[in-house]
Design a protein around this ligand. Sequence first.
Ligand code: SF4
Length: 214
Amino acid sequence: MTILYTLYNNSYIDIRHIQNKKDVSLYINLTNRCPCACTFCLRQTKEMMKDNSLWLETEPTVQEVINELSRYDLTLFKECVFCGFGEPTERLDDLLTIAAHLKQTCPYLPVRINTNGLANLMYATDITPRLKGIIDIISISLNAPSAKEYLELTRSRFGMASFEGMLDFAVKCKSYVPVVAVTIVDIIGEEKIRQCQEIADQLGLSLRVRPFEE
Ligand code: SF4
């Protein structure tokens, strides 16, 4: 089971196999669960689920994650990122416990969450105040410039309310998280990128356009 990993040559690699950890991003893989079923997500490919080492047969406990983290000099890493084959906020309590542990043991290590931004819908409450002081960066998948296109892509179980819910979450995060970014992939095309930029500008969010990786 791969709990800690990094990205290397466009692939995932268990952090245990990386010799030089200096300035490497350390990813924490907490869950496969997610309220979405994005058309582009690797979770949709059953073969990938079975074969890829990021697929978790069982979720690691908080203690197991902390034990894994204790094997390394955390000051070497560039950042620590909650991101795996599922939505990390599915395990919000555990995520925040681990993030608080990281802040306590290595205060200067930036802690980031890569998320679909649907946590407030998942928990039917505003969870963003809980991020204060322990999450430094939050990267939220904007995916598309409209609720309809967003739902077609993500197939979120929250339906048409998902897009507005995600944007509202992003705006609320600004009060508690120093860096809030929404992200899209470049393959959506120039016109949609422009529309997403407009949305981000209106809401005072920074937009990051990521290269699409097969
Ligand atoms: S939100 Fe992320 S983990 Fe969930 S289905 Fe979409 S791409 Fe996959």
